[in-house]
Design a protein around this ligand. Sequence first.
Ligand SMILES: [Zn+2]
Length: 257
Amino acid sequence: MFVTELRFECFADTTITAAEKAINNLLEAYRANGQVLGREFAVAFNEGEFRVRLMLPEKESLHYSFNSPWVKVALKELTEAKILAPREKLIGQDINSEVSATEFGDWQVLYTSYVHMCSPLRSGDNLLPIPLYRIPATFNGDHKRVIRWQTEWQACDELQMAAATKAEFAALEEISTPSSDLFRRGWDLRGRIEYLTKIPTYYYLYRVGGENKEAEINRPCPRCGSHDWKLEEPLLDMFHFRCEPCRIVSNLSWDHQ
Ligand SMILES: [Zn+2]
């Protein structure tokens, strides 16, 4: 991932409120399209200009060719708020984060965790994140439904990893069972992405607990009950199960590895 700085200069009298609203709207639009990562953007005002630092999946993430309809409108609305088109200055590569996939793999997976801020669409070749703006819009012109699903999945993951509240159990249910609301929405998004990219796309089902290792190794697919989903060798050192018809991948229970 890369760190960049956007500078917004006012070209006529405007109010801070109007300027902030227009800038924040643009940042939200970029986020909904996967062009910027993260959720909080510190916008600083100094000497007549606004500056914001952003995390990008790739150097060229803000190139206009990737812009969604919402981003295009948001850029026009900057003019109405008397702000010039932003100037970008690339700061450099973020040393703590992963690089993005440069090519599509033979398969891909919808996978995230509470520590990942990158795209939840991962290449099956190497598990590297595929920037969402590189695929056609999933719904309504961009990828906000995917981003929203990811945000909620991560919130559930954080609650169950912390294991400190009663919400832990409800959260775990959401990320580990095919009857949950998060599964249903994520699995539908997976299907949509597979349809748009023509690349087999799987959904990652989290697994923890279970009686013992033996039972976990012989665990059937929780969606269709098939035992055919057990793999000889785990894929990417991580997925021990893959059900082709259900389009699900899963791990050997984290308690028995
Ligand atoms: Zn299945």
